[in-house]
Design a protein around this ligand. Sequence first.
Ligand code: NAD
Length: 259
Amino acid sequence: MDLGLEGKTALVCAASRGLGAGCAQALAAAGVDLVLNARGADGLERLAQALRDAHGIRVTTVAGDVTDAAARAVLIDAAAGVDILVTNAGGPPPGVWSDWDRDDFIAALDANMLTPIALMTALLPGMIDRGWGRVVNITSGSVKAPIAQLGLSNSARAGLTGYVAGTARQVAPHGVTINNLLPGIHATDRADALDGTVAQAQGITLQQARDQRAATIPARRYGTAEEFGAMCAFLCSTHAGFIVGQNILLDGGAINATL
Ligand code: NAD
């Protein structure tokens, strides 16, 4: 399917590995020029060069912590005029409800709610002026069904979801869509970190922790960054202009719900 994105430009945040990289790869394959961000310059430049070589697109890299206001200002400057914004940042650490104090919540809100909101605030006006734009926020299945040990994620991402629900309907008249992608478990470093915690707590290997978790998923496997990226690229495509303010779960059926 031609996604109709040839020649468009996108900012993809937290993109050197994992789900962000999957989104960058799928957009690059659709002919989108990219501004890519991640904390480490080396991994970012490696991915950028691979995408330039494979797809003949232009890729600008901006290394820095997207949750840091100064680094984000540099990124927003480099991304001025983009048609597509994919927001992403690392997820908060696991724990239990009694672990977290105000500072922990402020950090989680900063990373997983206020950072994507700041990026949208900066880049939506240009999209509205040009009469076309796409925003995809990478959130989490924890928005639909809480994950007990990820209370910081449950809380911060719920806030972002509420913001998107209202804002998406305000920008839609201008040809701009905002939607959220909700990953269930995907085979990335983040999944390894979460499974590592389980392995340590239960005295089992990392592979045993993965197998144990996969057995609870109707699809009996983890998602891949490639299939996640393909859904992101579709949401950014010209075919998806009627999809507004939605929360799309990619979890292999793990959350047992009718809707
Ligand atoms: P990952 O750890 O595999 O990759 C993280 C990427 O983000 C890396 O490129 C890293 O450099 C970059 N990054 C992290 N924090 C950053 C920051 N502050 N500024 C700039 N770059 C930053 O993570 P992932 O699995 O791809 O997850 C992406 C998001 O999706 C996270 O918020 C995660 O919590 C969420 N999520 C992931 C899963 C999963 O199973 N992988 C499930 C639910 C939610």
